[in-house]
Design a protein around this ligand. Structure first.
Ligand SMILES: Cc1cc2nc3c(=O)[nH]c(=O)nc-3n(C[C@H](O)[C@H](O)[C@H](O)COP(=O)(O)OP(=O)(O)OC[C@H]3O[C@@H](n4cnc5c(N)ncnc54)[C@H](O)[C@@H]3O)c2cc1C
Length: 362
């Protein structure tokens, strides 16, 4: 039995992969969990746009995961259920500073081996007629698409149950003990060959309480909201300087996101709402027709060096693995994370580039 703690996108993807490969899986989570990062995520799958100078290892990992997403997209049932689309992204310039920034990005993207297209105001508006005419240009980035994270969670939970996996909820789960292939939680003993800890931003708390071992991380709050556009308004994912939007097939527009170091605070404040709505108000036409559907806050699992923490935690036990710290890339990186954990558990195989995301780097 492989036990996974945490049923955010990372825990669910790992569970699904292990079950598909013939492993027995139980996933544990807590009741009434708030602020799961996955529940607030927009679901962009855009490695190029997320690329930063000096982060080539992370970029290569994102590209690897994006290739798995592209394979998954060939399954039409899966794609339809989770709204996984092959579409592209447009980065908008609303002033000359933005335009200079996009020119710099174009150069950087071409150094990474990707061609993008700088468009003028007229051509941008032809692609997206529902954007305000105050824009002055854009950068078109092909095949930087998106998925609906909430639909994805529903799909994965359904598949996990169909494949014989279990998802169990505890009132509270603050400490675990693990020895001789037994996981002990509140006097309950569960057989476990391996335990994968995938509790997002809460992982460090659980590991510290349980094993007195610190894996440095920072919770980073993010707020997003959902609007009902009523009809198809946008043809692409659209990125402004501060916010990004993705319209689903059902016309819901997901808008993200704020980013602040506020610990585990979950209240949504007026300034966060203002930050998101101000940008929408300045950039969209007919805002009076957009209806608010939901507003969410999630805690991104950030790490001190900005890289995820995936793999065996040799400092604790060979049979305890971690999969967390995906910061703003967890939806994109979920498939490759599942692949890494599967290879470590089942094939004892390591990725050659493993060092940069290994827990043993600390
Ligand atoms: C506003 C916003 C927008 C984002 N947009 C994108 C995007 O467009 N693209 C992208 O790739 N990423 C995006 N992200 C980042 C992405 O959401 C995260 O990287 C990803 O969801 C992390 O998944 P996770 O499973 O590690 O954590 P979570 O989704 O937070 O899940 C953690 C799970 O662990 C459980 N848990 C916590 N403590 C315990 C415990 N003690 N015992 C058992 N279970 C426990 C929780 O209940 C929860 O189910 C966004 C994040 C935010 C906040």
């Amino acid at each position: 039995m492989q036990i996974i703690i945490g049923s955010g996108i990372i825990g669910l993807f790992i569970g699904y992969k292990l079950l598909k490969e013939g492993q027995k899986v139980t996933i544990l989570d807590i009741n009434n969990s708030n602020n799961s990062s996955t529940d607030a995520a927009v679901g962009m799958l855009a490695p190029l746009i997320e690329a930063k100078p000096g982060e080539s290892e992370l970029f290569n990992l994102m590209i690897k995961s994006k290739k798995i997403w592209n394979e998954l997209r060939k399954d039409k049932v899966f794609s339809n259920e989770v709204d996984l689309k092959k579409n592209s992204s447009i980065l908008i310039a609303e002033n000359y500073d933005d335009l200079e920034r996009l020119k710099f990005k174009k150069k950087f993207f071409s150094q990474l081996g990707f061609n993008t297209l700088l468009l003028n105001d007229h051509d941008t508006q032809k692609l997206e007629p529902n954007l305000n005419s105050n824009l002055i240009g854009s950068l078109f980035c092909d095949d930087q698409n998106s998925v609906d994270p909430l639909k994805l969670k529903i799909f994965l939970k359904k598949k996990i149950k169909m494949l014989g996996g279990k998802i169990q909820y505890f009132e509270c789960l603050e400490k675990i003990c693990f020895s001789n292939n037994k996981l002990i939680i509140q006097n309950k003993k569960l057989s476990a060959e391996n335990v994968v800890i995938a509790c997002g931003a809460w992982t460090n708390k659980l590991i510290k309480n349980s094993f007195n071992f610190d894996l440095p991380m920072i919770p980073l709050k993010g707020v997003s909201f959902l609007l009902d556009g009523g009809k198809k308004l946008f043809n692409h994912n659209i990125w402004f300087k501060n916010i990004y939007v993705s319209q689903r097939t059902n016309h819901i527009i997901s808008v993200g996101a704020t980013e602040e170091d506020k610990g585990f605070e979950d209240a949504i404040t007026l300034d966060e709402m203002y930050y998101l709505t101000k940008n929408i108000w300045e950039s969209f036409l007919d805002v009076e027709n957009l209806k608010l559907v939901d507003i969410r806050s999630g805690i991104r699992p950030g790490t001190f060096d900005g890289y995820p923490i995936i793999g065996r935690v040799g400092q604790i036990s060979r049979n305890i693995l971690c999969a967390f710290g995906h910061y703003r890339h967890g939806i994109l990186l979920a498939p490759v994370t599942a692949e890494i954990i599967y290879n470590q558990i089942v094939n004892y195989k390591k990725f050659p580039e493993e060092k940069f995301f290994s827990p043993e780097r600390f």
